[in-house]
Structures are given as C-alpha cells and as structure tokens.
Design a protein around this ligand. Structure first.
Ligand SMILES: Nc1ncnc2c1ncn2[C@@H]1O[C@H](COP(=O)(O)OP(=O)(O)OP(=O)(O)O)[C@@H](O)[C@H]1O
Ligand SMILES: [Mg+2]
Length: 486
C-alpha cells in the first residue's frame, strides 16, 4: 500500500515538474517572440498578414513543445535501445551485421526522403491554417460592412475555399505520415526474409555461425524493428517541430527597428528639418524632395488632397519609415542616429484612424504610463471634450470599451485619442485630421481646446478645417510630392 502511494506521489511530482519545465520554456519562447514582434518595423506589419505572426506565437510554439515531448525524447530513448540490440548483433557476427546494414540502409534512406516530404507538407499545412486565421480576423474586423453589404454568402465562399484548401493539404500530409509506418514495416519484413537466407548460408554452407547464435542474432534484429518504427513516427513529429522552430526563429532574426541605442534626445532645443526628403513605399515615389522646417514652439499645418502623402510625412517623422533619399534632422542630428524611443517619448500623436484597445477608458488614455494619474486623465479628457460622453458611460472612466473601441462612435474614439495625446503632455504634438469625424459643434469645441493645448508646444497639424488653420503659424501645402508655402 505504502509503496503504491509513494510511487503515485513520486510519479505525480515527476510529471508535474516535467510539465512545469515544459510550459516554462514555452512561455519563455512566446514572451521572447512578443518582445520581438514589438521591435519589428512598421513596414513588416503593413506587408505581412497578422495571421502569420499569430500562428508563430500560438500553434507553432505548441509544435515545438510536442516535438520535444513526443519527438525528440522518444528518439533518444529508441536510439539507446537500437545501440544495445545493435551491439548484441555485432558481437554475434560482425559480418552478418554488415550485410544487415547494407540491406537496411536503403530502407533508412527511403524513410528519410519521406520525412523530408512530410516536413514540406507540414509547412504547407501551417501556411493554409494561417490563411484561415487571417480570414477569421478580417471577418471580425469587417463584420459591419459584411452585414451592411449582405456579403455574408460571398465571405463564406471565400472562407470555404480556404478551409477546403487546408483540408486537402492536411489530408495529403496525413496520407504521407500514414504511409510511413506500413511502408517501413513491409520493407523490414522483406529485409528479414533476405536475412534468413543469408543466415542459412552462414550456418549450413560456411559454418561460421551456430543455429542458436543465429536465432539470437535474428532476435536482436527483430527487437530493433519496434524502436526503428517508433523513431519513424517520432521523426515526423520532430520534423514538424524543426520546421516550426525554424519559422519561429526566422521571426526572431528579422531586422528590428533601431529603437534603442543611438543618440538619446533630451528634448527639442531648436528645430526639426525635412531636408530634401524623398520617399517610396515600393517603387513609386510619394514624396519627391520635401523640404521644410519646424522651429521649437512653432505650429505648422499641412494641407493637401487625399492620398498626396500627408500621413506619410507623419510616419516618417515618427521614424516608422526612413526616407529613401534626403534626411530628417532634429536639432542637428539625423533621425537615423537618434534613439527612436527617446524621440517618440517627446511626441503626442493622434493618428488619422483612432486606435483604441480593449481596456478601460483610463488605460486607453494613460497608454504607456506605468502609474496612472487619475486627475491628469480627467483633465486631458476634459480638454479633449471627451469627459461629457465618458461620464455617461455605465462605469465612467472604468468602462471597458470593447475591441478597437467598437462600443464608441467615430467622434468619441477620435476625442479619446486626443485625450491620450494630451495626457502625455508632449513637447511635440502631431494631429492627423482630428476633427474629420466630428460635427461642427464638437469640432469647434475641440478647436477651442486646441488653442489651450497647443500653448508652448511644437505642433504639426494635418487638417482642412479653416478654423483650425487659424490656430497655426504657417500653412504648407503638399502637392505632387513637394511642399509649397501658402
Ligand atoms: N503602407 C503603404 N504601402 C504602400 N503604399 C502606401 C502605404 N501607405 C500609403 N500608401 C500610399 O501612399 C500615398 C500617400 O498616402 P498617405 O496616407 O500619406 O496620404 P494622405 O495625404 O494622408 O491622404 P488622406 O488625406 O486621404 O489621409 C497614397 O497613394 C497611398 O496609397
Ligand atoms: Mg492621411
């Protein structure tokens, strides 16, 4: 009884500790990956689909764990067995063992080839799954439009195609992995038959082996079959794991944004200069020689038709992209040499599309601050004219606003984003069409607030609003990729 109890406890402790170690490693990999994802340049997120990165951090990391548990460890265990049985066989008859290897080697090579194919298929399965994930997240993001345009059937068809493609590749993968084991078995049986003939030759014609030794030899070889079979199975898991590990590490090795290192910026002392800045996202130039400067404390507005490159200028200024030619100079330093984090800490930005998180209003406003000053949050919300609607929410400032702020109106989101920029009390304020979503009355309120907010700050404002234009010192127009003074 006691022994059973002890055995149970020890077994539990062993397994639990094993699982804890395993999960610990997996968590570590996931967290590392997350840090890495934060460090990737914006261009990566624009080009790559989020499904890819999500698959890396979820199913791929899980694949690594399975590979270690059901692939790597069994292979080690089975290899030990193979060494023991192989050792016995060699001891009995080295010559016959050589023949055995000669017969089994081609089998091994065939299995090896099969594994390579499996690995390839597994990658395809993963890619197809990423497409399914992506379609799902797109549907969630765009559900309003899908419903409004009665595009459900079309969307469903698109999704069906993806799941069908995934199923087909998955089946192909399964077929291959299912073929592996019986094929190996068949080849082993064939090999054993050849062995028997060879054995008979050695015993009765050459007289180099006794019958009992041969039986022992065959016993050792037969005992080898199971471990080799297990290895074939574990191998397919390991191949998958190698595959996904490779992909996870490919993300880890992607070039990072240079956010750390470089010259730390203490604060804007003189001016920001765009010096003959050219920029192309791909091959077509959006900006062809943009030159202007913003002095400390100056407020500049940029106007220009839609798609002319105004938001691009903002993104360049934030260091999301680097100019293709020309330079952006801050207090005499090229932005490329400046520590980007220290630079971005100086800037409060309201992006054209307000970006909110599925957390409370407070956390949304005090984004990136480890300690929250509630008074400051309220003051910022007041200035942004967000306080009125926030206090009407069920939990006030503690209301959780849903994914992408889906429970708020466009104008409310915009005002919340503005409150966030104000809370940061930044030296430099960048506003990209903040009043675009607002009615005349709300826009006027914000403009009145802006006058207050802009005091003592350096600002770059993108707007078409006549009354906002009155708040700035200079208006520049972006036309045909160049800046003109107005
Ligand atoms: N990530 C991107 N990859 C490729 N092209 C892009 C990317 N972002 C923007 N563009 C293109 O660059 C051009 C300038 O875009 P930008 O967003 O800067 O215009 P904008 O002046 O801010 O327009 P709007 O007034 O409509 O906001 C557009 O032709 C746009 O299609
Ligand atoms: Mg824009």
């Amino acid at each position: 009884m006691v022994i059973f109890l002890l055995r149970g406890i020890v077994g539990y402790a062993q397994r639990y500790l094993g699982a804890k170690l395993e999960e610990g490693i997996i968590k570590e990999i996931r967290d590392k990956l997350y840090t890495r994802i934060h460090a990737l340049p914006l261009s990566y997120f624009v080009k790559e689909h989020s499904g890819h990165l999500i698959a890396r951090a979820t199913s791929d990391v899980d694949g690594i764990r399975r590979g270690i548990k059901d692939g790597f460890l069994p292979i080690i265990r089975e290899t030990m067995l193979i060494l023991v049985y192989g050792g016995i066989a060699i001891y009995l008859s080295p010559m016959l063992f050589l023949y055995t290897v000669a017969i089994f080697l081609p089998i091994f090579l065939i299995i090896q080839r099969l594994s390579m194919k499996l690995r390839h298929e597994s990658e395809r399965v993963q890619n197809r799954m990423a497409k399914v994930t992506r379609a799902l997240s797109e549907t969630f993001g765009g559900i309003k439009v899908i419903k409004a345009y009665a595009a459900e059937a079309e969307d469903k068809r698109r999704f069906d195609k993806l799941t069908l493609a995934h199923m087909r590749t998955m089946l192909k993968f399964e077929r291959l992995s299912l073929i592996g084991t019986p094929l190996a078995e068949f080849m082993f049986a064939l090999a054993i038959a050849v062995m028997l003939i060879l054995g008979a030759y050695a015993i009765f014609i050459k007289h180099v082996l006794t019958a009992s030794e041969f039986i022992l030899f065959i016993g050792a070889i037969v005992a080898l079959v199971q471990p080799v079979r297990n290895i074939a199975q574990a191998n397919s898991l390991l191949q998958r794991a190698i595959n996904v590990t490779d992909r996870v590490y490919r993300v880890m090795e992607l070039p990072c944004e240079r956010t750390h290192g470089g010259i730390p910026l203490g604060g804007l002392k003189e001016c920001i200069v765009f010096d003959n800045v050219h920029f192309a996202y791909d091959t077509e130039y959006v900006l062809v020689g943009v030159s202007f400067s913003i002095h400390k404390g100056e407020k500049i507005a940029i106007i220009g038709t839609s798609g002319v490159g105004k938001t691009t200028i903002v993104d360049l200024l934030l260091g999301f992209y680097e100019p293709t030619h020309g330079r952006i100079i801050v207090d005499g330093y090229d932005l490329r040499e400046i520590d980007l984090r220290s630079w971005r800490k100086r800037i409060g930005v309201v992006t054209q599309e307000p970006i909110l998180f599925n957390t409370s209003i407070i956390e949304n406003i005090a984004l990136g601050e480890p300690t929250v000053d509630i008074k400051r949050v309220k003051r910022a919300a007041m200035l942004a004219h967000a306080d009125e609607f926030i206090s009407k929410l069920p939990d006030g400032y503690n209301t959780v606003i849903g994914e992408r702020g889906i429970t708020l109106s466009g104008g409310e989101r915009q005002r919340l984003a503005l409150a966030r920029a104000i809370y940061k009390e930044p030296e430099i304020l960048i506003l990209d069409e903040v009043t675009a979503y607002l009615d005349r009355e709300s826009a006027q309120k914000i403009e009145a607030a802006l006058e207050e907010v802009l005091k003592g700050r350096t600002a770059l404002i993108i707007t078409h609003d006549e009354s906002t234009l009155k708040l700035v010192d200079r208006v520049l127009e972006l036309r045909d990729g160049r800046i003109y003074s107005i």
